[in-house]
Design a protein around this ligand. Structure first.
Ligand SMILES: Cc1ncc(COP(=O)(O)O)c(C=O)c1O
Ligand SMILES: Nc1c(O)cccc1C(=O)C[C@H](N)C(=O)O
Length: 413
């Protein structure tokens, strides 16, 4: 294979059809940001928009803002934008609460549709909060419900008549390995099993086709590829066929048929609104609105194409520049099996990542030994990958990562 150099990476940027989108973000000068899979970068419009919402809408219009500025419609308005990114209809998605809470709500709703089935099936690589919420719910239900974990490869074979729900994260947060959503949905449907997908590492990173593949339920994050800011509200999807069949157990007034009638008895609203609980966090939603606007006029096929090209480039450059330096690729080499990140195992991965961050290359570390690099095609350039690998090579060749401060674990990694 021919050697790649910086000039070739620059040439890829020069003909990148998504290059214009970087101007939609404020990425600090001199930084290579490869952690948009954990926290998306700041959209250029967010600070002014938030300031206007605070000063003009809240400051001037006070309580009248709920009607005057459509604050009350934000969960549906933003949900409709996420629907476009996830292959859903506009009335099937709503923005609310956190991913964890939405797991609880939708898993409860799904289990209630499956009397007589007791198993929640997931895989050992799933993100812990999803597993914890399922364990908590199974405890609460106390009717022999249980969470069963198998390896990702064994999920398809385990789908069967005792399984109520198969709950999976499409893209593994550690390795970027991708589940075949269409195949799992097909198998599940044939066995009478419902599906609940976590799209935290999918939404905004690759085209998702919830309805086309027959998904039943899904949830996802607003602060990763959707660029909604730290702690941005999450979203949830319920397929139309279940919308009025299901209820979730958190009977909050925003899910009530007539919240401002202030009745004492709960009556769920028709449609997706019954999955709302309480008052929407308007300022956080205003930030997420700007995050979602970064996708305006952008084709997700282009995003996927560039995301895979960035990942392939990283894999090729690391093989070329860092051979024998103790890195083992932990992500699929086949792009079709991979999300928008590449991870490497290294015995001292945490310290190496801290040394990289100190030199302006921001990725992250996941225990026990994985260094993660995420690619956000709207603002990551091919030259950034060159830069990241050149710095990785220098860090691995030197001794700076052995400095004691780089081994001290921070509270949040
Ligand atoms: C797959 C997945 N699900 C859920 C979460 C987090 O959920 P929450 O936003 O409720 O903290 C994350 C990351 O934080 C994640 O990677
Ligand atoms: N949600 C996060 C947080 O509150 C602090 C630090 C990181 C996160 C993350 O999103 C981590 C992320 N879900 C992961 O893939 O590991």
């Amino acid at each position: 294979m021919t050697m790649l150099d910086r000039a070739q990476c620059a040439a890829l940027d020069a003909k990148d059809p998504l290059a214009f989108a970087r101007a939609r973000f404020d990425v600090p000068e001199g930084l290579v940001y490869l952690d948009g899979n954990s926290l998306g970068a700041l959209p250029r419009a967010t600070a002014d928009h938030l300031s206007a919402v605070v000063r003009n809408q809240w400051g001037q219009d006070l309580i009248t803002g709920w009607n005057k500025h459509g604050w009350v419609d934000l969960p549906r308005r933003l949900g409709a934008k996420i629907a476009r990114l996830t292959g859903a209809d506009q009335d099937e998605v709503v923005v609310c609460d956190s991913t964890s809470l939405n797991v609880f709500k939708l898993l409860s709703a799904a289990l209630a549709l499956q009397p007589g089935r007791r198993v929640i099936l997931s895989d050992t690589g799933n993100f812990p909060t999803d597993l914890y919420m399922a364990q908590g719910l199974a405890d609460l239900l106390g009717r022999d419900h249980r969470l069963e974990l198998v390896t990702p490869e064994a999920v398809a074979g385990r789908i069967g008549p005792d399984v109520a729900v198969v709950m999976l994260t499409e893209i593994d947060y550690r390795t970027g390995r991708r589940h075949d959503m269409a195949a799992i949905n097909r198998l599940a449907k044939a066995a009478g099993v419902l599906t609940l997908w976590d799209l935290a590492h999918s939404a905004g990173a690759l085209p998702v086709d919830l309805n086309g593949t027959g998904a039943d339920f899904a949830i996802g994050c607003g602060y990763k590829y959707l660029n909604g800011g730290p702690g941005a509200p999450a979203f949830l999807f319920v397929a139309k066929r279940w919308l009025n069949e299901t209820r979730q157990p958190l009977f909050g007034w925003f899910g009530h048929a007539a919240p401002f009638a202030f009745e004492t008895a709960y009556q769920p609203k028709a449609g997706i609104d019954r999955f709302l609980v309480g008052t929407p966090p308007v300022l956080s939603m205003a930030a997420l609105e700007c995050g979602l606007a970064t996708f305006d006029d952008i084709d997700l096929i282009e995003i996927r194409r560039k995301s895979l090209a960035l990942g392939d480039l990283m894999i090729r450059l690391v093989a070329q520049e860092c051979a024998g330096a103790g890195l083992t690729l932990a992500s699929p080499t086949d792009g079709g099996q991979r999300g928008s990140q590449v991870s490497y195992a290294h015995d001292c991965g945490y310290a190496v990542m801290q040394a990289l961050i100190a030199r302006g290359v921001i990725g992250d570390f996941r225990a026990p030994n994985l260094m993660r690099f995420g690619f956000t095609p709207l603002y990551v350039r091919y030259q950034d990958i060159w830069e990241a690998v050149a710095i990785l090579k220098a860090v691995l060749a030197g001794a700076e990562w052995r400095r004691p401060e780089f081994s001290q674990r921070a509270a949040v990694t």
